[in-house]
Design a binder for this molecule. Structure first.
Ligand SMILES: C[S@@+](CC[C@H](N)C(=O)[O-])C[C@H]1O[C@@H](n2cnc3c(N)ncnc32)[C@H](O)[C@@H]1O
Length: 481
């Protein structure tokens, strides 16, 4: 089943995914995102993938939703002793230096495989430890392995692997550290298995739970993970990894992971062809800032007032109770309340605007369109009403009508960023690249009025910086094609 979301909505969903689990889906990867949401919808028992995307975005992510996204959006490529040169540096340089410095002071080592996938990486690290520290059983060794995808972790915990997992490992690895299992597979020896502790962890979370004891790590492996992350999320993850390390800790990433994310907390150290990162002695890691919009709608408290007070508030103020319900994703209740408010104030633009959104979010598109027309009649100079009309029309596949509404929105506000962007997308899909390019230029020009972390009007939370990134990556994609 494919998810037939219009590009505009897919863009918002990709932003939501970047904020919640860090993963970056530029337009070139939207087909993967569509497939992933369709599969997650089936798993969650939600009939329509479009509703699935809406439901996921409309409330804080519960574990079941997080698991479904993780299972269908992550990439699970890995094998034993992948990028073997990093393991050579670990065994020849990093571990011997750590052993020397810790020999007399506690014999303690802490290593973290962040984004461990199905376990090949942390078990390779365990084997490296055995090979480098002959008296390893007299050391206190922590080897933590974390991943977002619960299925990957189950496989990792089983310790059983097929031949494909050994595709680049020296033959002696399988012979010395594994025993035969059923179906021609191989099981890691129990003493190695016991060295690794697997835990589910979302690297995109702001703070890692203290319960997992993620601190004072001597070595962190985070390879082939950051390359899938949105650039700003990758940076945030690196800052968190840095905080979780000892002052002289090492970070091992893959050559494919952009070093742009590494920031001031680490300095690169060259070991021949391999670049490993050492934590600076005095890192200047900025504290996490909460300038970005929250990943999920803010949970507004439901305002409890007497009926009379509510009625007065409804007359004096915008419909705040309905806005609170809407912000909590309770669109049907919000719509009911707004319909009631309309009987007192039939042409109130604030009520009509919110009602259009509440109806559209439930998929009640015909009603949303009717109310939108009523809103336009009541508030003729408001560009947002035309823009929302275009969004509803796109959902109905009425593309020509959507173009006309976008043009009206732009006539009323020539700097309406999302209207330029939406028009550019529609025109690009019609194969008129040059014209689409001009609209994207207009969007970029209009973006200059905003700071990078400003949330754009009518965007449900997308920031100016993020839209600029998206347009940039669309451009790169077009240049490559
Ligand atoms: C390509 S694998 C890399 C595995 C291993 N590090 C290696 O280099 O062979 C990427 C892993 O990152 C995990 N991942 C993706 N997003 C994550 C997140 N937000 N938190 C934790 N792990 C994540 C995926 O589930 C996947 O197992």
């Amino acid at each position: 089943m494919e998810l037939n979301l219009p590009d505009q909505q897919l863009m918002l969903f990709s932003e939501f995914v970047a904020q919640t689990i860090g993963l970056y889906f530029p337009p070139s990867r939207w087909p993967d995102l569509r497939r992933g949401v369709a599969a997650a919808a089936i798993e969650l028992g939600i009939v329509d993938p479009i509703n699935c995307a809406r439901e996921l975005m409309s409330a804080p992510l519960v574990q079941e939703h997080l698991d479904a996204l993780a299972k269908h959006l992550t990439v699970g490529e890995t094998y034993f002793f992948r990028e073997s040169r990093s393991f050579e540096v670990l065994e020849r340089h990093i571990l011997p230096a750590l052993i020397r410095s810790r020999q007399e002071s506690g014999r303690r080592l802490r290593i973290w495989s962040a984004g461990c996938c199905t376990g090949e990486e942390p078990y390779s690290i365990a084997i490296s430890l055995l090979r480098t520290i002959p008296d390893w059983s007299e050391w206190s060794i922590t080897l933590l392995a974390t991943d977002l995808n619960p299925n990957f972790l189950l496989k990792a915990e089983s310790g059983i692997f097929g031949s494909w997992s050994f595709r680049n490992a020296p033959a002696e690895i399988k012979d010395r550290y594994f025993r035969a299992a059923s179906d021609g597979r191989f099981e890691i020896l129990p003493e190695i298995k016991r060295m690794v502790r697997f835990v589910q962890l979302n690297l995109a979370d702001d703070a890692y739970p203290a319960a997992y004891d993620i601190q004072a790590m001597d070595v962190v492996f985070c390879r082939n993970v950051l390359m899938y992350f949105a650039p700003r999320q990758a940076k945030k993850v690196v800052e968190n990894l840095c905080r979780a390390q000892t002052d002289d800790g090492w970070l091992i990433v893959s050559p494919s992971d952009s070093s742009n994310a590494l920031g001031p907390g680490y300095r690169a150290v060259n070991f021949g062809e391999v670049m490993i990162y050492k934590k600076g002695t005095r890192p200047s890691i900025p504290q996490p800032q909460s300038t970005e919009p929250p990943a999920t709608p803010v949970k507004l408290p439901t305002v409890r007032r007497s009926r009379r007070a509510r009625r007065i508030a409804a007359i004096i103020n915008p419909p705040q109770d309905a806005a609170a319900l809407y912000a909590q994703g309770r669109y049907d209740e919000a719509a009911d309340l707004l319909e009631k408010l309309l009987s007192d104030r039939p042409n109130d633009p604030a009520i009509l605007g919110l009602l259009v959104r509440a109806l559209a979010n439930q998929g009640r598109l015909t009603e949303a369109l009717d109310r939108c027309d009523q809103w336009i009649g009541a508030d003729k100079l408001n560009p947002s009403s035309h823009y929302l009309r275009s969004v509803v029309l796109q959902e109905q596949n009425a593309v020509e009508g959507a173009v006309q509404s976008l043009q009206k929105a732009l006539y009323l506000d020539p700097e309406f960023v999302l209207a330029h962007f939406a028009l550019g997308n529609i025109i690009r899909n019609r194969g008129r690249a040059g014209e689409a390019h001009r609209h994207m230029n207009n969007a970029l020009r209009s973006l200059r009025r905003f700071g990078p972390s400003d949330v754009l009007p009518e965007s449900d939370g997308i920031t100016a910086g993020r839209l600029a990134e998206i347009i940039g990556s669309m451009r790169n994609q077009e240049a490559v094609a």
